[in-house]
Each structure stands twice: as C-alpha cells, then as structure tokens.
Design a protein around this ligand. Sequence first.
Ligand code: MN
Length: 491
Amino acid sequence: MDTTLRDGEQTPGVSLVAEEKLLIAQKLDDIGVNIIEAGSAITSKVEQEAIKRVARAGLNAEICSYCRIRKEDIELAAGCDVDSIHLVVPVSDLHIERKLKKTRDMVLSESVEMVEFAKQHGLIVELSGEDASRADINYLTTLYKAGLDAGADRLCFCDTVGVLLPERTYEVFTGFSKLKLPVSIHCHNDFGLATSNTIAALRAGAPEAHVTVNGLGERAGNTPLEELVVVLESLYNYKTKIECSKLYSISRIVSRLTNINVSNNKAIVGDSAFTHESGIHVHGLMADSSTYEPIMPEMVGRKRRIVFGKHTGRASIIMSLRELGLETTKEQLDEVLRRVKELGDAGKRVTDADMQSIAETVLGIYQEAAVKMEEFTVVSGNKVTPTASLKLRVGDEEILEAATGLGPVDAAINALRKAISGIADIQLEEYHVDAITGGTDALVEVWVKLGKDDKIITARGARADIILASVEAVIEGINRLIQKGEKYRDK
Ligand code: MN
C-alpha cells in the first residue's frame, strides 16, 4: 500500500490539490503499486473531491481512504467510491486512555461495530492498530481476531512513533504468521529504522507493507517505496511487481508537487546516490562500475554522474577535457584546474556541464553572454508588496518583466524566472546564500543551481548587495546553460 497521498500528505507543509493527487495516483498505478491510500475523506470537501477523482480514474490499484472508528468517516469514504478503507484504531493504553479517554473494552466493541458497518457498505476493510508497537500484544491480538470475525479483510500494525526494532518486529510478526493473521506493517522513520523494520515484518510473513514515495510522512516520514523495492529486488533477490526503472521519475514528480526536496544523500533517489567525485573512486569505476556502485543507476532510471571538486586532480581534468574534444596549453589547464578547485573549495560540486563551461570560458570559446541585464528595480518596505521589475536583452530582443514576492530577493528571482521562461526551459533548483562575513557592508555570496533538460550547473554571484548578487548568479547560470547557437524558443 502506498500512502504518499495520505500519510505522505501529512508531512508538515504539504498539501496536494485534486489534480496533483490524481497525477501521483496514476504514476503509482503505472509502476505497479497494489493499493493506493488516496487520502482521508473526513478531512474536507476538497479532499473528498480529490479522493473521488482518484477512485473514478479507472486505475488498476485498489483505492483506499483512511477512516477513524466513526460512522461519519466510513460514510464519507463510501461516498467517495473507494474500494477499501484503512480503519485506524488506537490500541495502546496511552492512546486509548489519554487520547480517546476510553477503555480497552469500549475500543474493542466500537471497532467490531465499525468493521461490520463498513462491510455493510461493501468496503474492503483493513483494520489497523494505531501505536501497535506500544500496545499490549494480547489485547492487540484479541482485537485483530474480533475484527476478522466481524468481517475485516486485512489487518495492520502501525509503528506510529517509529520505536520498533528489527528483531522485535520479526518476533511479533512470526507470532502473527503462526496465528494466520494477515497483518501488514506501517512504519515510521523516527530512528531511521523504517526500511529495516518493514523488511523484518515481510520476512516473518507480513503480506503487505505501507510505503510512501521519498519516505514522506509525519515527522521523519514513513518507509520509502524506492528503498523497500530496491532492497527486496537487489539484496533479497525477491521479484516485486514494481517497475524499478520508473522509481526515480516518480520520486522527482512527488518532490516537485509536494515541494519537499529529497536530501542529496538519500538512498536510491538522492542527488548524490550515483554521483562520484574522488579521483580514486572514479578510477575504479572506469575499470568496473561495481567497484563503487552496488547497483547500476539505470536499474532505477538514473544515470551515473562524475563531478569535479576539491578532490579533482590534473589527470581527471585532462581526461575530461579530451572527452569534450578540447586541447589546452599548460597555462589554460592550470586556469581550468584553479577554477574547478575554487568552486570545490567553496563546497560546490562541479558537474560535467560546469566543467565544459569553465573549459570553454578559459579557452575563449565561450561566446558573449546571450542574456544581459539592462535595468533592474526592486521596491520593498513595510507597507508595500515587495516588487521587482527588470529589463533583459536577449540578442535583439528586449524582455520586460515584473513580479512580486515574499521579500525583495524572492520578488527579483520571480521576475527573472518569468523573464527566462520565454527564453528557455530553465529551472532554478536551489538558491543558497553562502557567506556573509563581517559587517553590513560585507560581500555576500549567492550560489544557485539551475537545470535545463538533464544539465545541472552551479553559478555564483558576489556583491555587497544581496539582491544584485542573486540576480547576477541566476543570469550567469542562464548564460552558461544556453549553448552556442541555440535557437531561443519563440514566445
Ligand atoms: Mn502513519
């Protein structure tokens, strides 16, 4: 069961509109997820519309709504045309007594009643124990059995605050298997153990696991879909029915729509997961990629990337320049190396696109800047919406654009974004103010990461004025991304 659209959407700061939920659901269905928890019908009217759109989209996957043990939740879910409900019952004494202010017996009888109620509505029911990892296992087992007797189709064990250990998970799930209880596992990553615990439950016989794309979810998130699938496929040689080669693309889509960046060193889908810098590693990779990569990047729809930085040596630069078909004098080579290290020392990774543009600049191949800033104004204050306007010159064309923002820098970047959208499809992937040393007149360094197609470059602006530094960094990046002789897209 993928719960990106329910637990994942409970990630602080995430809210998806119906179109976005539908798009993610279609992608999940396309890569082969069996059950999609599309949301929680009780949340709002808008949420109900979104769940309905997903439920009526004709997907292969079973579409599920989260419900509490309340009639209104179940009625609203049924009204959204879902196939199933994830009926969540608090089962630890902590939750029963402190949160619900009820007793174990009350919760047990209400659960049974609600399972029966849901079955009358023709719903598939997954009866789920919330905070199961801190519940009395005998009470939990009693509740599971009563739920099954009342018609529940599946059961679930929620490690709501992520305190399970793999050893205990294996033991508990072995017990469920012996009792022939079909209990799925729902893990949280508060201690970084979500994937390990999920694997332990599956190995002990759990028939189902809950996951989210990029490990989104409350607090530290849930078990990441991509990690679980790749661990099963490549370390346990177990064939899931998930199309691994689409894992990276779904990760990117979810990251874009939720506005939650995947950290660089995130397993499988992080930016650095198949990126290499150190000279020794790169040397090994060239002989045999398995020396420093556990799986081929193509398995999950990615490409290997070699970057340059402070660890880069003269030899790898010569090699890389040869691959680009560029010959240098000794002085030019020294200058290229100096510029690469300068970026590297500032903690930046120099991509192959950066490398090409640095080399071309040093060798004088680099053309005159394609995009020039002619005018730039920004207005800010306590009673005015921060607004920026700018005039760019692109060849013979003049582009005038204005935008507002949360602050002056945001307004400036928004205006630039609008202006460049007419030139080429360039994305601002990262914005970072790096060094403000000394007083208010100190130099400010702004680093931006821009992407175009599959090229990513890092550009820098340095000024005493943070807004100008930001605009300059973006313009420098744009100029480096636009290749010589490239046709600008017609407006
Ligand atoms: Mn959860």
